[in-house]
Design a protein around this ligand. Sequence first.
Ligand code: MC0
Length: 142
Amino acid sequence: MLTRIDHIGIACRNLDETVEFYRSTYGFEVHHTEVNEEQGVREAMLKINGTSDGAASYLQLLEPIREDSPVGKWLAKNGEGVHHIAFGTADVDADAAAIRDKGVRVLYDEPRTGSMGSRITFLHPKDCHGVLTELVTSATEH
Ligand code: MC0
């Protein structure tokens, strides 16, 4: 069951400048940063709030580390902006299987490693009314 917005992924050209915009404009502070080589991004997670299931909601700022990565390709075509939305679930395997059974393309056979040790998969944007959609089970939940 999807129980929260885990994060909104925002593609940016310069992570440090974008982090500073969110800090100075809204007061959001960086909770965590990492490089995800497999996904081709350097990222910063800005914690917005805790949620009733014990997890949290974040803004995820994403700078590509390779032009041919998903975020690199998307930036070249669209410029900076909202790249994807991620829903949180205690069981990404079960939710991905149930959504696949409804005819939506799930991009990975098995969930991969996401931010802060989470397990993630993606749904194809063309099957989700143009929205790249991610499913996340946070490390605290698995
Ligand atoms: C591509 N398309 C999108 C889109 N990316 N539509 C909405 N939102 C997006 N973000 C559309 C394109 O405009 C194009 O439509 C069609 O999908 C095919 O795109 P493409 O540029 O030819 O690229 P593909 O087909 O090679 O790849 C698209 C695909 C890929 C969604 C399969 O980006 C992918 O595997 N994404 C999942 C992984 C990901 O995004 N990783 C980065 C975040 P037209 O109409 O022009 O044909 S990593 C992350 O978020 C981790 C760290 C975490 O949360 O922990």
